[in-house]
Ligand binder design. Structure first.
Ligand code: NAD
Ligand code: TYD
Length: 378
């Protein structure tokens, strides 16, 4: 069936993987990548699909209600997959206003534009979908405890029946109340509430998903994994916040994109789904894996760069542990992560080492000229 779908934030890390998947998998769909191209947006992430006939890029701010409303009318938009956001916790600590503006007001302006357009149609909301991509960070932070005093990590069984290693007995489930701690997660939490409010008040067909930390190609090198891979390559210090004891639950980005595809097509309206790979790691342990992998792939003695580890002042309000329970998604929609972490990390490190030009363009700022060279500044 033909559909026109706007994917916001498609020039960013996760968005570019979602755009690529949809453009390649659904030639009958028209995919519009709507992105403001902030520092985090990079059209070079989509070089391989930019000439496909079912793809169009539109440079626009999600806060531009009039622009979005007109685009929806002109293009007869059926669905929105909303990823555009300010996404880095450290930046949110320095500049919370931008996070409230983009993540809250931007989401609200998209919702209002979609409401105005879809309600003007004879079929109204039938066949329409507003899918909002959010984060597990809205749930706050989890403890690293076990009732019997067992030292983490320990083996545990998820309600899906699978065994995995965990650093605590509790997990983020869909029923948990929101307790965001950082300005980033507070702004994302607020946007999630607005999306649900548009379903409950106006009957808009919405879905919200909350995913754990993503890793993989095309991630902006301010986030832990690409920053550290690049620093190890150039033998620069690795700034580890606090003691490196914080735990994150990591998912390969293409597995997130596949989950988004499944949920966009099969997810139930008004539902929330948590997305994660039951894959908890302490930061310091990941950092050691990164050092060993980069060293090995560059032909250096494995582990020689351990001396780059530099403990620095902890992040303010640093959440101790994130751990997603994605059993609902696995049981109801049959989604499974496809990659083991060791495999995913190897693939990721290789990608950054093989794509040094991409990394150099991003770190030098040259990538910001790509739009002008492609679209002549239009
Ligand atoms: P990113 O920072 O790499 O990309 C964000 C994209 O949004 C960029 O292309 C940027 O240009 C665009 N953008 C920012 N402000 C905009 C605006 N006002 N108008 C239009 N476009 C704008 O982010 P990411 O890591 O790819 O995350 C994408 C989404 O997934 C975000 O909503 C984030 O909260 C969520 N998420 C991310 C992770 C993760 O680990 N990265 C995990 C769970 C959820
Ligand atoms: P990050 O990639 O910023 O993702 P998030 O804060 O959304 O989880 O950070 C992942 C973890 O790595 C987090 O616990 C903070 C830590 N970290 C460092 O120790 N040093 C760094 O330079 C960065 C960027 C992150």
């Amino acid at each position: 069936m033909k559909k026109t779908i706007v994917i916001t934030g498609g020039a960013g890390f996760i968005g570019s993987h979602v755009v690529r998947l949809f453009v390649n998998k659904y030639p009958e769909y028209r995919i519009i990548n709507l992105d403001k191209l902030t520092y985090a947006g990079n059209l070079a992430n989509l070089k391989d699909i930019e000439d496909k006939p079912n793809y169009r890029f539109v440079r626009m701010d999600i806060c531009d209600f009039e622009g979005i409303y007109k685009l929806m009318q002109d293009e007869h938009v059926d669905g929105i997959i909303h990823l555009a956001a300010e996404s880095h916790v450290d930046r949110s600590i320095k500049d919370p206003f931008t996070f409230a503006q983009t993540n809250v007001m931007g989401t609200l302006s998209l919702l209002q534009a979609a409401k105005a357009y879809w309600e003007s149609l004879p079929e109204k909301y039938e066949g329409k979908r507003f899918y909002h991509i959010s984060t597990d960070e809205v749930y706050g932070a989890l403890e690293m405890t076990h009732p019997d005093g067992i030292e983490p990590p320990f083996s545990t069984k998820a309600s899906s029946g699978k065994h995995h290693l965990a650093y605590g007995e509790k997990f983020f489930t869909e029923e948990l109340k929101y307790q965001p701690h950082s300005p980033y997660s507070a702004a994302k939490a607020s946007s999630d509430h607005f999306v649900r409010a548009f379903h409950d008040t106006f009957g808009m067909p919405t879905i919200v998903t909350n995913c754990s930390n993503n890793y993989g190609p095309y991630q902006f090198p301010e986030k832990l994994i690409p920053l550290f891979i690049n620093n190890i390559r150039h033998r620069k210090a690795l700034p580890v916040y606090g003691k490196g004891e914080n735990v994150r639950d990591w998912l390969y980005v293409e597995d997130h994109a596949r989950a988004i595809d499944t949920i966009f097509h099969k997810g139930k309206i008004a539902e929330t789904y948590n997305i994660g790979g039951f894959n908890e790691w302490k930061n310091i342990d990941i950092i050691k894996v990164l050092i060993n992998t980069v060293d090995r792939l560059l032909g250096r003695p494995e582990g020689q760069d351990m001396d780059l580890i530099t403990y620095v002042t902890d992040r303010a309000g640093h959440d101790l542990r994130y751990a997603i329970d994605s059993s609902k998604l696995q049981k109801e929609l049959g989604w499974e992560p496809s990659l083991q972490f060791e495999e995913g990390i190897e693939k990721t490190v290789r990608w950054y080492l093989d794509n040094q030009e991409w990394m150099d363009n991003v770190t030098s700022g040259d990538y910001q000229n790509y739009y002008e060279s492609m679209y002549g500044g239009r």
